[in-house]
Design a protein around this ligand. Structure first.
Ligand code: ZN
Length: 418
């Protein structure tokens, strides 16, 4: 549909309509307050306006107040900050005495952190091949957060272009301080963008590491070896061998250069490793070299500064990415395999969908009116492909409500915690 083509220059004209007709401000506000009206004016919501004007430390009295600000300012970006101990002034003023007290634990995974291992695209580019890095990251992190930490209310969001965000919203997560957040971030970090920690080093295979390895193994051959072709050139082979101790790397190089493809070279690497191990030439601290290499290429690369601090801002779901025009939509981690970033609607597409729907129903409404019947007015987002993403978000809200009800019941002693 050519009319749906998004043009960045038209964003200032599209945003007012998007906020007025489609943006789920009531649901978003409900989440940010966790059903407590006293939280609304303590939760930081910052706006970035056209022309890079930042409005930080804003808060709103209620959902209506929030909606009015959106309709007046139509921000290019909305960021969510912490809940503060004290009320934030709606004017956005801030004094250093204000203390952040609660905040979801957040994770930000950006494709650019994979630039030294992905070979299909660079920079802002993303394709189904490199999207697999996000699939692996989401599956590993979601598994660790649920199984190792017992978190349940986790919202996953596509950033709108080339990354994913994760919000852990359980009460026990929201009240963690900076040190506790750092500990979780460190636990989940084996790689730091390939920059600080070049090598992955295991001394023991922890249960969490084994679980992560299982996920990586599902994708390693097809996505990493074949599609990313990580060993397909001498340059890539050098980068690979650069992760191995200089004392050993020539042994691997000899075997790996005798064959051509990434799959063959990987097999040569594993075979050489196994032979050396049988001959007891591999020191004990290198016994996980094969697994470490898989982690180097496929383990989630987190921007841990985002996770570590209680008052770090993160973009709200349902914002429009200014470059791609795509909506930052929630998705279910269970189905990330089938999530196609290319299929995420742009703001232009959504507005077209409303028009198409309205044109189609106009004739029907005319018929109804002639027969003195009234038509049912439906909300605009329900006329568009945004509906399924709003539905996912509302399911997340229902999960939070159920957890809150359960916690209240435990507190009141009406159910036993088990
Ligand atoms: Zn790609």
């Amino acid at each position: 549909m050519s009319a749906s083509l998004y043009n960045e220059d038209s964003l200032p004209d599209l945003l007012p309509i998007y906020y007025k007709r489609l943006f789920p401000h009531t649901a978003l506000h409900k989440w940010l307050c966790y059903g407590d009206p006293n939280v609304s004016n303590r939760r930081e919501i910052s706006f970035t306006l056209v022309g890079d004007i930042y409005l930080r430390y804003q808060s709103f009295e209620n959902a209506e107040d929030f909606a009015q600000a959106l309709h007046k300012r139509f921000p290019v970006k909305i960021d969510i900050g912490a809940i503060y101990k004290q009320r934030l002034e709606s004017s956005g003023s801030y004094s250093s005495s204000k203390t952040p007290v609660e905040r979801e634990i957040v994770f930000d995974i950006d494709m650019t952190d994979y630039d030294d291992v992905r070979t299909c695209c660079t920079g802002a580019g993303v394709c189904p091949k490199c999207w697999k890095f996000m699939v692996i990251a989401c599956k590993i992190l979601d598994g660790a957060l649920r199984e190792d930490f017992g978190f349940e209310n986790i919202l996953w969001v596509f950033s709108g272009r080339r990354g994913i965000h994760c919000w852990v919203a359980d009460k026990k997560a929201r009240i963690l301080d900076d040190n506790q957040r750092s500990a979780i971030a460190e636990y989940l970090t084996l790689l730091r963008g390939g920059l600080v920690v070049r090598k992955v080093k295991f001394f023991n295979m922890h249960a969490a590491t084994e679980r992560a390895l299982k996920v990586i193994d599902e994708y390693f051959e097809k996505s990493i070896l074949v599609e990313q072709d990580i060993l397909g050139t001498y340059e890539r082979l050098d980068a690979f061998l650069g992760n191995i101790d200089e004392g050993f790397s020539p042994l691997f190089r000899d075997a790996m250069t005798k064959v051509q493809t990434s799959v063959e070279r990987w097999k040569a690497f594993v075979n050489t490793f196994q032979t050396l191990q049988r001959e007891q030439k591999i020191p004990k601290h290198y016994r996980y070299m094969v697994e470490e290499m898989k982690f180097y290429y496929a383990y989630p690369r987190l921007d841990i500064n985002v996770t570590k601090s209680l008052n770090h801002l993160l973009k709200a779901p349902f914002c429009i990415h200014p470059k791609s025009g795509k909506v930052s939509v929630p998705f279910k981690p269970k189905f990330i395999e089938h999530f196609d970033p290319d299929a995420v609607p742009t703001v232009s597409q959504l507005l077209d969908e409303i028009n198409t729907y309205d044109a189609k129903t106009k004739a029907q409404e005319k018929d109804l009116a002639e027969n003195s019947q009234t038509s049912v007015k439906i909300k605009d987002y329900k006329k568009t492909s945004l509906l399924k993403y709003v539905t996912i978000f509302c399911e997340f809200l229902r999960g939070l409500q159920a957890s809150a009800a359960r916690n209240r019941a435990i507190k009141n002693g009406t159910v036993m915690e088990y």
